[in-house]
Design a binder for this molecule. Structure first.
Ligand code: BTN
Length: 327
């Protein structure tokens, strides 16, 4: 739940209070409201997830160790010019990609982002579900409007992968691996995924929705078997909980940096960086898509297609599918 206008003003005063405490009287004076009204607003702020201590002598103090996950806190940390500047925060949605698509169809500007605390119908690639419990992870979708032909839309998936990988390595010293085309792995387990969806004319993209799911503070032990057996979270790989507010803000900065670089310099730099995180080259793989392709992974070509050397020695390019280590 999001704090309202008066509550936001009180929150700002509490955050600015130099010695921590702020008396009810001083708040009532500065906002021109009664002490009872102050108390009611404090209750509402607490209900929104903030921890406010009160002392009869000193007044109210905001405990900075508890940072609720909401639009106000995210906006307070954003350092971007584009990504997340317009932010739609929801406690629960069907899918942030669906919400972002509707906003984009309504003309939402580039960079508009949707964040949800939970998803009831979180979607993964190839019609899979994306496990999206409340209170622990990040589910976000960003609207981009690059001037590109539709067949180049997948480049944004590579770009998002690089942005996530670099951001994660800022937060904790782990080795992130990107699995073609859209998986974010640590120690072979899935930390996150990217679902890029687009609306286009025959020759031009109208908009792209880049959906990112990142497991942040989720404990994977005891989860449904299909999730527990393959997933991990930042908490598990970093050995500590992370503030989701910092995670969103950092991720948006990283995404903006790579998006600008892509627009200015093209795909080459993105792909080069992506290859640093791709650990499948030289390994025997199986790619399951429209057909099953098995062979040695030769990397990706300049357009992001996977190149597989077949046992016959012939090279095959694969544009879509699921990559697995053979055997
Ligand atoms: C995958 O690995 O298959 C992609 C998973 C993408 C999940 C994210 S969570 C935010 C956004 N909303 C969705 O419904 N899906 C993406």
């Amino acid at each position: 739940m999001e704090p309202h206008r008066k509550e936001l003003l009180i929150l700002r005063l509490l955050k600015e209070a130099r010695d921590g405490y702020l008396s009810g009287e001083s708040i009532s004076h500065r906002l021109g409201i009664s002490r009872t009204a102050v108390w009611k607003h404090i209750q509402a702020i607490r209900k929104a997830g903030y921890h406010i201590e009160s002392s009869p002598k000193k007044g109210y103090r905001l405990n900075p160790d508890f940072q609720p996950f909401n639009a106000y806190e995210i906006k307070g940390l954003l350092e971007t010019e584009l990504v997340g500047r317009t932010l739609h925060f929801h406690d629960s949605v069907d899918s942030t990609n669906t919400v972002a698509t509707a906003l984009a169809k309504d003309g939402a500007q580039e960079g508009t982002a949707v964040v949800a605390d939970s998803q009831k119908g979180g979607r993964g690639r190839l019609g899979r579900r994306w496990y999206s419990p409340e209170g622990v992870n990040l589910y976000t979708s960003i609207i981009l409007r690059p001037d590109l032909p539709p067949q180049e839309a997948h480049k944004l998936t590579f770009l998002a992968g690089v942005a996530v990988a670099e951001a994660v390595e800022e937060w904790c010293p782990v080795r992130v691996e990107l699995k073609w085309p859209n998986d974010i792995l640590v120690e072979g387990r899935k930390l996150g995924g990217i679902l890029t969806e687009l609306s286009s004319e025959a020759d031009r993209i109208n908009f792209i929705v880049v959906g990112i799911g990142l497991n942040v503070n989720m404990d994977t032990r005891g989860l449904p078997e299909d999730v527990e057996s393959i997933a991990t979270s930042l908490k598990e790989v970093c050995g500590k909980e992370l503030s989701r507010v910092h995670v969103v803000a950092g991720l948006y900065s990283s995404l903006e940096k790579w998006y600008k670089r892509f627009l200015e310099e093209g795909f080459e730099g993105v792909l080069k960086r992506w290859k640093d995180y791709f650990g499948f080259e030289g390994r025997r793989i199986v790619v399951k898509g429209r057909e099953i392709v098995e062979g040695v992974c030769m990397g990706v070509d300049g357009d992001g297609a996977l190149v597989v050397a077949l046992p016959s020695g012939v090279s095959r390019k694969v544009m879509a599918g699921d990559l697995e280590i053979a055997g």
